[in-house]
Write a protein that binds this ligand. Structure first.
Ligand code: IPM
Ligand code: MN
Length: 326
């Protein structure tokens, strides 16, 4: 059966990198049915809603979704889209590729970020002129679900351990629950865990990234640590991600709309094309996913490359080079 892919480019360079990734998907499997929909600042301007209901429904029904980026409205767009596919984990690989000028060439990490709760549930209030509060939600069930996924994830990679990031020394109840649930589930499945306080982990990741592999994190910690890892591998233009739910998934680059270069045709499409490779694997097209990944890696190694990586190639040049290497 033809897989239906929802395509939501959004704003800024999303309009450039998502079509590039769709071209690559088309080149590996012409059987995909792409359905495009709007979201973001521009559609809010014209319709009043950053995430039209038909776009949300399209993502909820499609076999997989490819999303680009949204500007000012990012939180109004991506958080409901992640919920629309019931994605409980955000898989964020951060790898230094040969040929790129990575700060830490030995970096090869995957963050498994809790994707539904923590400080992202929107329980914020302004109590008075002086005081605002935020309620942080951590549930046993979401922590367990993430840990079960993490155990399967490391086993699929032929490994038997992961790191749990937390700040349970301060957030004893919430991160304490998160840590305990994750460690217990891993124990029950014979997967080893080591724990890291997230602040110390930030330092260790900068100094010795090679000591880490799969890192399971609460929502906000995963957000911050994955951007830190982007710095280690040479920029946000290289980090793909997958928001995975029990039946659906949404794929997106970790970067945003990059307003400084939007519209110039020079955005690095690698993160989005690598997200498309994750989409292929999610839909069971493992060989095609690997071919795309290999083609991106060869292009990063031998060029052409976009200005963020020190080159002068356009998005189209890089995309053509990837397709010709498939
Ligand atoms: C990301 C972004 C989003 C997040 C924002 C825009 C809601 O920073 O995808 O990393 O915090 O998850
Ligand atoms: Mn982020």
């Amino acid at each position: 059966m033809t897989d239906q892919i929802a395509v939501i480019p959004g704003d800024g360079i999303g309009q450039e990198v998502v079509p590039a990734a769709v071209q690559v998907l088309d080149a590996v499997d012409p059987e995909f049915a792409f359905v495009e929909a709007d979201a973001g600042d521009a559609v809010k301007e014209s319709t009043g809603s950053a995430l039209p209901e038909e776009t949300r429904e399209l993502a909820a029904d499609a076999d997989a979704t490819l999303f680009g980026a949204a500007g000012e409205t990012a939180a109004e767009v991506i958080l409901p889209l992640r919920r629309a596919v019931d994605s409980f984990v955000n898989v964020r690989p951060a790898r230094a590729y040969p040929g790129t000028d990575a700060l830490r060439p030995e970096t090869d990490l995957v963050f498994l970020r809790e994707n539904t709760e923590g400080v992202y549930t929107g329980h914020e209030s302004r109590l008075s002129d002086d005081v605002s509060t935020l309620t942080r939600v951590v549930t046993e069930s979401a922590s367990e679900r993430l840990a079960e996924f993490a155990c399967e994830y490391v086993r699929d990679r032929g490994e038997d351990r992961f790191t749990v990031a937390h700040k349970a020394n301060v957030m004893k109840e919430t991160d304490g629950r998160f840590r305990d649930a994750v460690v217990r589930v891993a124990d029950e499945r014979g997967v080893e865990t080591d724990e890291a306080l997230m602040d110390a982990l930030a330092t260790h990741l900068c100094l010795r990234p090679e000591e880490y592999d799969v890192v399971v994190c609460p929502n906000l910690a995963g957000d911050v640590l994955s951007d830190l890892a982007a710095g280690l591998v040479g920029g946000l233009g290289l980090l793909p991600s997958a928001n995975v739910g029990p039946e659906r998934a949404l794929f997106e680059p970790v970067h945003g709309t990059a307003p400084d270069i939007a519209g110039q045709g020079v955005a690095n499409p690698s993160a989005t094309i690598l997200s498309a490779a994750m989409l292929l694997e999610y839909l069971g097209h493992d060989a095609e996913g690997q071919r795309v990944r290999d083609a991106v890696e060869a292009t990063l190694e031998s060029g052409p490359c976009t200005p963020d990586l020190g080159g002068s190639a356009s998005t189209a040049d890089v995309t053509e080079a990837v397709i010709s290497r498939l």
